[in-house]
Each structure stands twice: as C-alpha cells, then as structure tokens.
Design a protein around this ligand. Structure first.
Ligand code: NAD
Ligand code: TYD
Length: 363
C-alpha cells in the first residue's frame, strides 16, 4: 500500500480515515476524491491544503470531483499510480433516500460501478492486479431488520435491504463481489454498523441530538424510540479498515460492529445526562425529548456478529458507548467553529425544517 485513492474522504468516516491513515502509515500518499455534496466539507480536513498537521504536504492531495466521472477516475489512477482504493463515497442517509432516492442509485450504484470499471481497466493494462486492492465500505443495513431474539448478522446472512439507501448499498456490494469472481479484481469489503464520533454531519441521530440539545431545540425521537442499532466509534472503524487493508484476504467480507446495542431512546437519554454534566446551562436536557412520526419502513434492530474479524485479524473495538459518547460530546463542545461552518454551508437548518415538516414534529 503506497498510493491510496480515498473516495468520499471529506465526509464523516472518510475524513476520520484520512486523519487515521496519515498517522498509522507515515509513508503513504493519499489522493482524496470527493464531490463535496452537502455531506462533505473541507472543514472536516482542517489540515488539508494548509498542511498544518500533515506529516508531509506532498503526501496528501484533494481532488474535487465525482466518482461517476470515469475519465477523471482513470486519470487519477494513472497520474498517482494508485495501488489501493478505499471507497467511502456514497449518499448515506436513510431519511434522504426516502425523500429522494435518485442520487442514491447514481452515486452508490453507478459510482461504484465506475470505480470498479476504472480499476479493472487501468490496473489491467499496467501490469495486472498484483499488489492492488479495492476496498469497499458498506453497511449492516443490507441485511435487513432483526427481530428481538434473532441472532446478530454474520457475513453469510442473506441480503434483505428495505430502504432505497440500503438497496443501493446492497447492489454496490454485489457488483464489488462480482468483479472479484468474474475478473479477479482483488477486493475486500467491510459491512459496518452505525458509526458516531467527530465530524459527523448533524442529520444522523447522535450529532443531531447533541446539537439540538445545545440549541434548546426539540430532540425528535422517531416512533416509540425502541429501535436498536449497534453503535461503533468511528476511530475503531478506521482501525478495522486499516487492518483489513493490510491483513485481509482478497474476496473476503468482514463485519465490523461496536457491540453497543441500546435502544434509541436510551441513547438520547444518555446524551442528555452527559450534557447535563458538561453543559449544565440547559439542564435537564431530557425535557426536550419529543416523539415524532416514525420513519416509513423503519428497520427495528441491527446487530453485528464480529467473530470473523476478531478471530482472523485480531480486531476488537476499543470504545464502549459511554467512553465513545463522552469523547464525541466533548469534541462537539470544543469545536463550535466547525459546527457554525457546517450549519452555514450545508443547509442544515433547511434540512431540519423539511424533515420536521414531514414528520409533524413540533418545533
Ligand atoms: P457521509 O455522507 O458523511 O460522506 C459521504 C461523502 O461522499 C461526502 O464527503 C460526499 O461529498 C461524498 N460523495 C457523495 N457523492 C459523491 C460522488 N458522486 N462523488 C464523490 N464523492 C461523493 O458518509 P459517511 O457516514 O462518512 O459514510 C461513508 C461510507 O460508510 C458510506 O459508503 C456509507 O454507506 C458507509 N457507512 C456509513 C455508516 C455510518 O454510520 N455513517 C454506517 C455503515 C456504513
Ligand atoms: P440514523 O442516524 O439516521 O442512522 P440509520 O437510519 O442509518 O440507522 O438513525 C439511527 C436511529 O435513530 C434510527 O433508528 C432512526 C433514529 N432517529 C431518530 O429517532 N431521530 C432522528 O432525528 C434521527 C436522525 C434518527
């Protein structure tokens, strides 16, 4: 691994991965290709362009562009002699996929297809696939929804996606595996559970609750709030991807999860309790909890069986939910300038209005 193309590296997990990799692999060169949609921001890469805390400015290049642009992708693969692709770029929010699925099909399916075709073409014409790797970052949502007693998702659980988002990710996973079986492209996949941590756009549950609570706004809990997710601290996820890149076997998929599975309302209450401690001004923050109309087709429960990555690669998450939430809340409290910049540039307020209007929540 020497020259890495990271797609979607200005988004939440991708930017955390860029930060992580520059520390973990001081000798790699990173090319970050990102379209800077509402979810991507150069604010997530404070070092980018000004080389403040980069080990070496030559090591990192940002390219503003679309993964669906095959000519651009092929040029980058050639120009930077890319040997490793780590593919994060996606439309990633279920609620948005319900309101407008078209960009999900375009980026998640057509975009992944474009990257695969580019890698097959450029790598194929320049010495073959030896020493190359295409890593695809996917989600536990492709497996569908679990009943309360059902065993956690394993790598062999049949796919059963239920939202336009998860269906588009499922399709992209199938394409990636097809390129391994059909063309021998050396791919690996990780399917991970819900991430949280620094730089997460405040449309997802945890950052939305933190920032709404700080602004004294309602905390919108969908339906009965008893849905369950398997929460993974983003730095642990980055470590898992790095391990799969260096030790994972081509053609293999690894499930990644945090082992934290409380229901949504318990997480929201825990966030409120931590905020009461760190930011007593608005306490008790629980008074802001507001139940709103449920998401259509809302998956009830996700849980990941991580035995494979634990036993084969020796990865295990370092953060439990309490330590991860405390670190996350501290980060949001100590980065008001990031919050202000993101709110301004990304239409965060417009999104909240639209989402609330749809759900009939009180504001
Ligand atoms: P995000 O929405 O925060 O960031 C996505 C990034 O991709 C943004 O920077 C955006 O500008 C970029 N992008 C979107 N369309 C693009 C295009 N056509 N060309 C180039 N760049 C484009 O997403 P995230 O939460 O960081 O998720 C990263 C990956 O991890 C996604 O593939 C997602 O499906 C997967 N995943 C995320 C979670 C989670 O909890 N966030 C859980 C499981 C899997
Ligand atoms: P989200 O962060 O959107 O991730 P995903 O839908 O990919 O799991 O939502 C996590 C859970 O929180 C999900 O069950 C929906 C719920 N939720 C709320 O109750 N209120 C909210 O405002 C949001 C954004 C999510």
């Amino acid at each position: 691994m020497q020259n890495i193309l990271v797609t979607g590296g200005a988004g939440f997990i991708g930017s955390n991965f860029v930060h992580y990799l520059l520390k973990a692999e001081p000798d790699v060169q990173i090319v970050n290709l990102d379209a800077l949609t509402y979810a991507g921001s150069l604010e997530n890469l404070p070092a980018a362009g000004c080389a403040k805390d980069l080990p070496d400015a030559e090591q990192y290049h940002f390219v503003h562009g679309d993964i669906c642009n095959r000519e651009l992708v092929e040029d980058l693969l050639r120009q930077y002699q890319i040997d490793t692709i780590v593919h994060f770029a996606a439309e990633s929010h279920v609620d948005r996929s319900i309101l407008g699925p078209a960009p999900f099909v375009q980026t998640n399916l057509v975009g992944t297809f474009t990257l695969l075709e580019s890698a097959r073409g450029v790598w194929g014409e320049s010495g073959g696939f030896d020493g190359k790797r295409f890593h695809h970052v996917s989600t536990d949502e492709v497996f569908g929804s679990l009943t309360p007693e059902a065993p956690a998702f394993s790598e062999t659980t049949p796919y059963d996606p239920r939202s336009p988002y998860s269906a588009s990710k499922a399709g992209s996973d199938h394409l990636v595996r097809a390129y391994f079986h059909t063309y021998g492209l050396p791919v690996t996949l990780t399917n991970c559970s819900n991430n949280y941590g620094p730089y997460q756009f405040p449309e997802k549950l945890i950052p939305l609750m933190i920032l709404n609570a700080l602004r004294g706004e309602p905390l919108p809990v969908y339906g009965d709030g008893r849905q369950i997710r398997d929460w993974l601290y983003v730095e642990d996820h980055c470590e898992a991807i790095h391990l799969v890149l260096t030790k994972g076997k081509p053609g293999e998929t690894y499930n990644v999860g945090g082992g934290n599975q409380p229901c949504n309302i318990d997480i929201v209450r825990q966030i409120c309790a931590i905020l009461d401690e760190f930011h007593p001004d608005g306490a008790p923050h629980e008074r802001l909890i507001t139940y709103v109309t449920d998401r259509p087709g809302h998956d009830r429960r996700y849980a990941m069986d991580i035995t494979k990555i634990q036993s084969e690669l020796g990865w295990t998450p370092r953060h439990d939910l309490t330590s991860g939430l405390r670190a996350t809340i501290e980060w949001y409290l100590s980065h008001p300038e990031w919050v202000a910049a993101i709110a301004q540039q990304s239409g965060y307020n417009d999104w909240l209005e639209k989402n609330y209007a749809k759900r009939g929540g009180k504001r």
